[in-house]
Design a protein around this ligand. Structure first.
Ligand code: MN
Length: 237
């Protein structure tokens, strides 16, 4: 098979009207042998896009609109993008319907959980007692922080990573609260927050709360989620 095509919805339009995506996602997918295909905002024929590709990567980015999970508006949630939320929900629905391999990162994992009926903490610092740091420099200039994650060795993610206690780059201020019934929580931070989920009875549908793309060039365990997605897109997993 030719190199598999992996769709990545881009970030929404920014204040300058530009469309972007952090290049680390693209680089990690190429390193895995995939061909990244960016989907810009505003696309209405998403099913046609999905017909072209062999896998879907849902990237990080802005917060999900709390209205999506019947959450309360929170004054730290300021950058919602209903257009991006709607497009990614639609892509996810179609991808799940046809069993397309899916890797969902950070916001993408939260979106997967909410799509399947779970919900989120809108703001970790004020809503999760005893929570550890999951980003630094907040709120004005959030930057990644490192923390430990413990992965269920019996999970698909555990088998894929081959390590069960890892240090991850973390950059999020929302987190999964109730896990959707169809998903299994398969990794946790030391404070108990859910750091990864996976969907049983699906060829490959894994969500991670951390940012493997930020460390994939240097740390082999962080390249493996991308390798796994591309292998699944080739039908090898
Ligand atoms: Mn975290």
């Amino acid at each position: 098979m030719d190199a598999p095509l992996i769709a990545i919805p881009s970030y929404g339009r920014n204040a300058q009207g530009h469309v972007s995506l952090p290049a680390d996602y693209v680089t990690a997918l190429r390193r895995a042998g995939g061909i990244p295909v960016l989907i810009p905002p505003g696309e209405t024929r998403l099913e046609q896009w999905l017909d072209l590709v062999d896998g879907l990567l849902l990237a990080g980015g802005n917060d999900l609109d709390p209205a999506r999970y019947e959450g309360q508006p929170h004054d730290t949630v300021t950058d919602v993008d209903p257009e991006r939320d709607a497009a990614e929900f639609e892509l996810l629905e179609s991808a799940l319907d046809v069993g397309l391999p899916i890797l969902a990162i950070c916001r993408g994992m939260q979106l997967l959980n909410v799509f399947l009926g779970g919900d989120l903490f809108a703001d970790i610092p004020s809503q999760v007692e005893g929570a550890g740091p999951h980003r630094q420099g907040e709120p004005a200039e959030p930057r990644p922080i490192e923390h430990e994650v413990v992965i269920d060795p019996g999970s698909r993610l555990g088998a894929l990573l081959g390590e069960h206690r890892i240090i991850v780059p973390s950059l999020h201020h929302q987190a999964i609260d109730e896990v959707a019934a169809e998903l299994s929580a398969v990794a946790h931070a030391p404070d108990g927050l859910v750091e990864a989920v996976e969907l049983a009875d699906h060829p490959f549908c894994i969500g991670v709360q951390w940012h493997p793309e930020l460390a994939a060039a240097e740390v082999p365990v962080h390249q493996r989620p991308f390798d796994g997605l591309v292998a699944a897109a080739r039908g090898e997993l």
